[in-house]
Design a protein around this ligand. Structure first.
Ligand SMILES: Nc1nc2c(c(=O)[nH]1)N[C@H]1C(S)=C(S)[C@@H](COP(=O)(O)OP(=O)(O)OC[C@H]3O[C@@H](n4cnc5c(=O)[nH]c(N)nc54)[C@H](O)[C@@H]3O)O[C@H]1N2
Ligand SMILES: Nc1nc2c(c(=O)[nH]1)N[C@H]1C(S)=C(S)[C@@H](COP(=O)(O)OP(=O)(O)OC[C@H]3O[C@@H](n4cnc5c(=O)[nH]c(N)nc54)[C@H](O)[C@@H]3O)O[C@H]1N2
Ligand code: SF4
Ligand SMILES: [Mo]
Length: 710
């Protein structure tokens, strides 16, 4: 071995993150990455993680802080120093707070990339309530629905630490085999799947695991009806867990009454799932125990997200699949305690986030968030308070509904700063752009769901150019505005976050991971003093609230119900004449993470173009062949994707990929209007009444061939 060769163990963060990896550095350059076989993810990695070398050394990265010198979006930039950049951003934020109040500053990030707690601490420290994330249609509804119903987030127990593995696994609008690291890891699920007797897949599409499954091909957006129908069968056939229901749930009689509105025959008509399959799935889940349900984001990105999730959680509860080994469990955190305390310890702002007066669950602790569509609308029509925005790792022009209206809103800002690795379409419209370090160039503590471990993200090489890690940017910006909450340097900040575990960052780097696994986990916590003295759940009644007293208090229906999607053959039959197909946008791709990695050559060659799945019968009627470019159109606009004929779904359903732009096309837009599914989605239709969720998965569209020259 040559003397200039180093091996570093760290934590991959090329998606939500969490896989432990071994990195080889030779002569100061990363030459190899592989999974760590002695870790919780057992040496497994995906294409995105393995392609990280090409991210670090990607020639398209932003390398220096830059200031806009031309008009917004003109692409004229001047290199400035970090001092100048941070001073300018801090000055704009302080000025806005002085002139208009703290609510005039919005702090945004994208989906969890391991630094959420810094974003929230930063926003709290400067006093603004307006933190925005894609969370009202992703993960927020999950946290809220579990929080009000059970008292905490439940995860599938794939590990066997309590002596049992799940006998029945349901994947409900979820492709964990691809979307790895979204609360659970693919490898844990796939190993548990080998042991499971039953696998039930609730998905409009026959995904790659359908061959192993009892497949329930649900019509997009009708999952609440399906869950209520399954409960109808379970309750009326007396298959529910009587001991658990009697002792540990609240409101069973009222739920029993409610599910009478959902007999399987009617539910089959609503969901397009054959009646006998609904009954079979219900019987299996109620009798072949333990069982768990892996829920997906499609359940959250709809007009009835809270109640859809509540219906599924009630299904877990009435079958007694909560806190028993092999079922749904709330994990005990590692010795550091919950890392989100780092943000929560800073006092909450006095004002409510935008939209939280209307969507009341969004305002509930621990993290109150602002409703993105409400904030953007206020910016567009000039009625809202926001004037200055700092975005740390999000691409709103791709991520949020009705992209063109998002741009209109951003253009009304007095000042926009964006911290990213690349010049995205969103960054192109900023006033200041900050270069962010890759995770292979970062020291930090990795902490995301599932909450039973934290692990060290350890720098393998120095950052390219002048890039800085996110935690350093927040710390240095924070010091300029609210120094009392920030630290001398990153190391002091990391030591502070590890204090409860009684170790320093230097020691943690060597240990690598702190986790509560095996016998350290506690099952049946409700039978102990864990949540409540004398036993019980962390809810107002101390029980699992089938009937939610919190929803009741907030003025919402305390029981789960089904609501027809905003656009559908049944809710909008007139619209359906012009737009006859049901459109779901956003099934995840193994090679990309949202809009990331189109500039990574190893990943881009695996799938260079966006793909829309169309049923062969439908395609034939429309004159579309496999591989043709087609237009997908809704009342909001139209985009182009390449047709893939796919027979594993109902002929009326079309599934388009989300998050597409073309970094190689000219700026400022980089083709963001060409193929991005959010040109099609609506930012106006009714949102979920409690969380404000936007609809991504159940719309109406028409599809037709792209003509030559278009
Ligand atoms: N590789 C990769 N991994 C990722 C991401 C990524 O972009 N790439 N994104 C991350 C993020 S932020 C998230 S939120 C998660 C999302 O992860 P998942 O929740 O697994 O999301 P998807 O793969 O988009 O969708 C899962 C399935 O839902 C089905 N579906 C669509 N509409 C409906 C419906 O109305 N009902 C039901 N029952 N099923 C429906 C789709 O056909 C699809 O097969 O993935 C995370 N992991
Ligand atoms: N139509 C439709 N729209 C959707 C979805 C859908 O299914 N359908 N899914 C939605 C969901 S669930 C989500 S979560 C959102 C995702 O929304 P976002 O999280 O905003 O996703 P991206 O578009 O990938 O933008 C993230 C940006 O952060 C940068 N970045 C990556 N890592 C880091 C880092 O460590 N630090 C910093 N500072 N920057 C980083 C990337 O380069 C990228 O430009 O999209 C949503 N939009
Ligand atoms: S699943 Fe995520 S954390 Fe694991 S290797 Fe892939 S990108 Fe990295
Ligand atoms: Mo997400």
């Amino acid at each position: 071995m040559s003397s200039n060769r180093k091996i570093i163990k760290t934590t991959c963060k090329s998606c939500h993150g969490g896989c432990r990896v071994i990195v080889t550095v030779e002569n100061g350059k990363i030459t190899h990455i592989e999974g760590d076989p002695d870790s919780l993810t057992e040496g497994t990695m995906c294409a995105k993680g393995l392609a990280s070398i090409r991210e670090v050394y990607n020639p398209n990265r932003i390398l220096y802080p830059m200031k806009r010198v031309g008009k917004r979006g003109e692409g004229k930039w001047k290199r400035i120093t970090w001092e100048e950049a941070l001073d300018l951003i801090a000055q704009k934020i302080k000025e806005a707070i002085r002139k208009y109040g703290p609510s005039s500053v919005a702090i945004g990030q994208g989906t969890g990339r391991g630094y959420n707690r810094y974003t929230f601490r930063f926003a709290r420290s400067i006093g603004t309530p307006n933190v925005f994330l894609p969370a009202h249609f992703c993960y927020g509804p999950r946290l809220a629905a579990f929080g009000i119903t059970v008292g905490g987030r439940l995860y599938c127990d794939y590990h066997g630490w309590g002596g049992e593995y799940p006998k029945t696994i349901i994947h409900w609008g979820k492709q964990l085999e691809i979307t790895n690291a979204d609360g659970e890891m693919a490898v844990w699920f796939l190993k548990a799947l080998e042991k499971a007797k039953h696998f039930i897949l609730v998905d409009p599409r026959a995904t790659r695991l359908a061959g192993r499954a009892l497949w329930l091909p649900v019509r997009p957006g009708t999952d609440a009806a399906l869950a209520l129908g399954m409960m109808n069968v379970i309750i009326n056939e007396g298959l529910y867990d009587k001991e658990f229901v009697e002792n540990w749930t609240y409101g069973f009689e009222k739920l029993k009454e409610r599910v009478q509105d959902y007999p399987p025959k009617k539910v089959a008509e609503i969901t397009w799932v054959p009646e006998e399959k609904i009954i079979e799935a219900a019987r299996i889940f109620a009798t072949e125990k333990p069982g768990c349900i892996q829920i997906g984001e499609c359940l959250e990105a709809g007009n009835n997200s809270t109640q859809t999730l509540r219906a599924i959680i009630c299904l877990m509860a009435i079958t007694g699949n909560i806190e028993r080994p092999g079922s749904m469990i709330n994990w005990v955190p590692p010795d550091t305690g919950p890392m989100e305390d780092f943000a929560l310890e800073v006092p909450a702002p006095k004002e409510l986030p935008l939209g939280a007066d209307k969507f009341k669950l969004l305002a509930r602790p621990p993290f109150a968030m602002c409703h993105v569509e409400t904030m953007l609308k206020g910016l567009r029509d000039g009625t809202g308070p926001v004037k200055v925005m700092h975005i740390q790792g999000s691409n709103p022009l791709v991520a949020y509904a009705n992209s063109k209206s998002v741009l209109e809103a951003l253009l009304n800002l007095e000042f926009l700063s964006v911290a990213d690795l690349y010049m995205t379409p969103t960054a192109e419209y900023a006033d200041v752009v900050l270069p962010v370090a890759h995770w292979l160039e970062t020291d930090d503590i990795y902490d995301m769901h599932p909450r039973f471990f934290v692990s060290a993200i350890q720098k393998a090489v120095e950052p390219q150019g002048e890039a800085w890690p996110d935690n350093k940017i927040f710390n240095e910006l924070g010091k300029r505005i609210a120094p009392q909450y920030w630290f001398k340097d990153v190391e002091e900040m990391l030591n502070y976050q590890l204090r409860k575990a009684n170790i320093t960052w230097e020691e943690f780097k060597k240990i690598g991971v702190l986790a509560k696994t095996g016998k350290e986990q506690i099952y049946y916590k409700y039978k102990t003093d864990y949540w409540r003295k004398g036993g019980g759940f962390d809810t107002p009644t101390g029980k699992v609230e089938l009937y939610s007293t919190i929803m009741e208090e907030l003025g919402y229906d305390p029981l789960p119900y089904f609501k027809e999607p905003n656009e559908s053959p049944y809710s909008t039959p007139e619209l359906c004449k012009e737009y006859p197909l049901i459109l779901s946008t956003g099934g995840r791709l193994p090679y990309y993470f949202h809009s990331q990695y189109r500039q990574n050559p190893w990943l881009r060659e695996l799938q260079p173009y966006p793909i829309v799945q169309i049923h062969p019968e439908t395609a034939k009627k429309l004159g579309i062949k496999d591989g043709d470019w087609v237009w997908i159109e809704t009342p909001r606009g139209r985009i182009k994707q390449k047709a893939m004929l796919f027979a594993g779904m109902h002929p009326k359903i079309v599934v388009a990929q989300a998050s597409w732009y073309y970094p190689e096309k000219p700026g400022p837009d980089h083709g963001v209007w060409d193929s991005n599914a959010n040109v099609l989605t609506s930012n106006e239709l009714p949102f979920d009444p409690a969380m404000g969720s936007t609809t991504f998965r159940a719309l109406l569209c028409k599809v037709y061939p792209v003509k030559e020259g278009e």
